[in-house]
Design a protein around this ligand. Sequence first.
Ligand SMILES: CC(C)(COP(=O)(O)OP(=O)(O)OC[C@H]1O[C@@H](n2cnc3c(N)ncnc32)[C@H](O)[C@@H]1OP(=O)(O)O)[C@@H](O)C(=O)NCCC(=O)NCCS
Length: 94
Amino acid sequence: MDVHIWTGPTSRGITFPLGIWDKDFWRHGLGGEVLDRLLDFGFDEQLADRICAMDVRRANLRSRGLFESRGFRVVREISPDGVDLELSRRSPEP
Ligand SMILES: CC(C)(COP(=O)(O)OP(=O)(O)OC[C@H]1O[C@@H](n2cnc3c(N)ncnc32)[C@H](O)[C@@H]1OP(=O)(O)O)[C@@H](O)C(=O)NCCC(=O)NCCS
């Protein structure tokens, strides 16, 4: 998987493509499992401040539903059809 990690002056972030080729495997929890592992990798191993889902199609309710179920929120409207979503660093476990 082509995970992109960058470090800027004030933050460290991660982007990645997410897609399951075979539609027969959609809606079985696989996308959520992969995303949860990416969040663990990004926040816990890479110490990212934010994890970004770039240019998600507005009409892609499945994809948006997946990201929003994990707390991602729209941070930018990048075109009439696309938005960027982000999840900021989660609080440390008590
Ligand atoms: C987007 C994608 C990765 C989701 O993977 P998935 O395995 O189908 O998702 P999951 O079964 O893990 O669903 C996780 C959560 O997403 C949300 N979700 C899934 N399908 C949804 C739909 N049709 N509408 C709204 N929310 C949906 C739900 O919150 C779901 O949790 P729940 O089933 O417990 O309610 C997959 O559909 C895919 O590969 N699509 C084509 C490529 C693509 O669109 N990639 C994203 C580009 S930004």
